[in-house]
Design a binder for this molecule. Structure first.
Ligand code: NDP
Length: 331
């Protein structure tokens, strides 16, 4: 039987913490149940994968586990009427890489309803440049649009802008004609953010510290990947009738905010979840990404790494040292 490499994480009974990740040779029998088996061609490293690999947050809820919340590849076996051998597919989320063995392996076996067909004009590399981060950025853009935030309403802020979600959000918003303000804690990434289409850089520190109930109105909408005090400040600076799509917690899970922006300015807080998002919304997000994200920008925001580099990148992404998207070429 064919053997292939996987990142394998175990937990010793009675221990609170998971064991450090290992690279193991495994076979298809080691995978979990599912009606479709996929040869993984590309994967990604997201912030959540960093948490899963290092164990810094209890992302993994079943052991042994193969992390990796995103992958794309070719179907090699299918008991589903929806997919046949040779189909190219994408998987983002659904607990894969958390409770079901994920993308950091030569093969993955999953439920067919978790898969979306890969649009024919999207390569595997491009699909993973997008990954959960990019598709979450698009879900956030769609949420703002549904709330009526148009380019005419005023600028849109993106926090954690040099990260994966942030970079795609900046690129998509700029392409759609919004004036994009990009908040970053890394001033050295200003050129990169301008190249993606940001017009103004907002220093991360401007959005830190205790938020006032209301502050000067600065943007009509925002996509926040940071949470905590940052989100509270973003809300307090959102203009009348505006909206903030909250999709991340890179700065903390708390929200030390007041109701001021909601009850005095009619600001709305829009929650974004990519993990359990329904399939039709995923397909809509991918269609929009194919249309609204310039391919050449995808290459600019991504760095390709090999399978053996995944574990090392986990610490870097948690330390906020990764720019844009990391694409794993499974070789
Ligand atoms: P990245 O690590 O690529 O980006 C996060 C960015 O946040 C960093 O690049 C940095 O941006 C900024 N940042 C990091 N630490 C801090 C801090 N302490 N205070 C303020 N800013 C900070 O991660 P991703 O883009 O993959 O994910 C971003 C967030 O979105 C994560 O919290 C992730 O869990 C969440 N997420 C949520 C999803 C959902 O379904 N809701 C799906 C995908 C991701 P800069 O250097 O520019 O300041």
């Amino acid at each position: 039987m064919e053997r292939f490499k996987a990142i394998w994480i175990t937990k010793t009974e009675g221990e609170k913490k998971q064991n450090p990740p290992e690279i193991r040779e495994i076979g298809l029998d080691d995978l979990m149940d599912g009606d479709v088996t996929v040869r993984v061609e590309h994967s990604t490293v997201n912030y959540k994968d960093g948490l899963a690999i290092t164990g810094k947050s209890p992302v993994l809820r079943r052991f042994p586990m193969i992390p990796g919340i995103d992958f794309t590849g070719e179907v090699v076996a299918s008991d589903s009427v929806d997919f046949e051998t040779g189909d190219k597919v994408i998987l983002n989320g659904w607990g894969v890489g958390e409770t079901h063995m994920g993308g950091y392996a030569g093969y993955a076996r999953v439920k067919s309803e978790w898969l979306v067909p890969r649009p024919s004009d999207l390569t595997g590399f491009e699909a993973m440049t997008i990954g959960t981060a990019g598709y979450t950025a698009m879900l956030s853009v769609i949420a703002l649009e549904r709330h009526g935030i148009t380019p005419e309403r005023g600028p849109v802020l993106v926090t954690g802008a040099a990260g994966g979600v942030g970079s795609v959000a900046v690129a998509v918003l700029a392409r759609l004609g919004y004036e994009v303000m990009a908040s970053t804690g890394r001033p050295q990434e200003a050129d990169y953010l301008h190249e993606l289409g940001a017009t103004t850089i907002v220093e991360r520190a401007e959005l830190q510290g205790a938020a006032r109930p209301l502050a000067k109105e600065r943007w009509a909408g925002a996509i926040d990947t940071v949470g905590s005090e940052t989100l509270a400040n973003v809300l307090s600076m959102t203009s009348y009738g505006g909206a903030v799509a909250a999709c991340g917690l890179a700065g903390g899970m708390d929200l030390p905010a007041s109701v001021g922006p909601f009850i005095l300015r009619g600001v709305s807080l829009l929650g974004i979840d990519s993990v359990m998002a329904p399939r039709r919304l995923r397909i809509e997000a991918y269609d929009r990404l194919v249309r609204d994200l310039e391919r050449e920008r995808l290459t600019r925001i991504s760095t390709t790494i090999g399978f053996d580099e995944i574990i090392g990148k986990a610490e870097e992404i948690l330390a906020g040292q990764v720019r844009g998207r990391l694409v794993v070429d499974m070789g």
